[in-house]
Design a protein around this ligand. Sequence first.
Ligand SMILES: [Zn+2]
Length: 248
Amino acid sequence: MSAFTVRLKFHSDLSFFLKSKTVLVERQFREKASIKDVIESCGVPHPEVDLILVNGQPADFAHVADRDTDVDIYPVNGRTFFQENRLQTAHIKKFIADGHLGKLVHHLRLLGFDVMYDPAAEDRQLLGAIKSAQRALLTRDRRLLMHAIVQHGYYLRSQYPFEQTIEVLRRFNLSSAFAPFTRCLRCNALLEEVEKGEVIEQLEPLTKIYYEQFRRCAGCGQIYWPGSHFDKLLRRIEGIRATLAMKR
Ligand SMILES: [Zn+2]
């Protein structure tokens, strides 16, 4: 097979992933390759790509490049054209986070979102869970995000948990889907309201006196009440809402 050239133009913030930060990349090939592999050879994980145009026509990741081609690659945000050819699902509310993201997971669960998280899990176990549970992967591991099993996912740009939370909420359009204090921060199971009498034996003396409303985790049994930490959590939620409302 004679050599051919694929010219790729990465639009909008996809330049974040490119080594040279130039949005135009040329690649020479001697064997045919899937568009997924061509794009990822430039450093851009496929879950970050929402639209591919090959010589102006929409294509999916399995499209085979075997001749001189111009490819336009668009990220998830800014859906204004070729709506029906988009490759990503915008509204996902269930996630799986890889290790080292404990604080992000805490923030998302506080807002009520379902986030599987096991800091001890190996990549192999993580990928197995993604396959069976249809969740979007949240990670700062680009290689992991490029794995063919991963259909939906997001590479966290920031290393700071608060900013990461804002990124996820924006990427998956979650700002109107908050359900604060409905999910266990420890284990991710849903909380249920319980009578004080049911949990009174497990409460500290002052908690017994001052609080009347309790919720219990259906998974691990952890008891929650609007105690001293509650104001801090409320302020965090307000901070998230205020940041989301700001223009980028
Ligand atoms: Zn729990």
